[in-house]
Design a protein around this ligand. Structure first.
Ligand code: FES
Ligand code: FES
Length: 159
């Protein structure tokens, strides 16, 4: 442990994680390497691709742009927090049913972005879904299947 390291503690998916880290460590690296939650992906590492999107205190957040020390005391949800054991949540199920993923690299970020979006807008239009995911890059799907997935999940959640 270096002299600069600082104690951090945060709640991730209902579990408290404590540790020490250097002030320059990103939240994404803390979550992946210190907490072992590798579902949060890293693409560009400068806030462009959205692969690292998680929810911090209720807001979708780029984990590559936040430092771990800034998240001290925060409540965080990562993609690992969506399913209940082996049971996918309705959004994950909709991605599965609509082929909303191919390689899956963008998927954790898409899911977390859409999770926050549907909480605020439970009956969105396709255009609103497109705007929601416009900050998340996908190199495989052409986005249509992702939009269908989010709309299907919204319909399921309204039942
Ligand atoms: Fe964070 Fe690309 S890895 S936005
Ligand atoms: Fe491959 Fe989106 S499914 S990048």
């Amino acid at each position: 442990m270096s002299e600069d390291s600082q104690a951090v503690s945060m709640t991730i998916n209902g579990h408290v994680y404590t540790g020490h880290c250097e002030p320059r460590l990103t939240l994404a690296d803390f979550i992946r390497h210190e907490c072992g939650l590798t579902g949060t992906h890293l693409g560009c590492e400068h806030g462009v691709c959205g692969a690292c999107t998680i929810i911090v205190d209720g807001r979708s957040t780029r984990a590559c742009l936040m430092l771990a020390v800034q998240a001290d005391g925060c409540v965080i949800t990562t993609v690992e927090g969506l399913a209940s054991g082996a049971e996918l949540n309705p959004l994950q199920e909709a991605f599965w049913n609509n082929h909303g993923l191919q390689c899956g690299f963008c998927t954790p970020g898409m899911l977390m972005c859409a999770t926050e979006f549907l909480e605020g807008n439970p009956d969105p239009t396709a255009q609103e879904v497109r705007e929601c995911i416009s900050g998340n890059l996908c190199r495989c799907t052409g986005y249509d299947a992702i939009v269908r997935s989010v709309l299907d999940a919204a319909a399921e959640l309204r039942r």
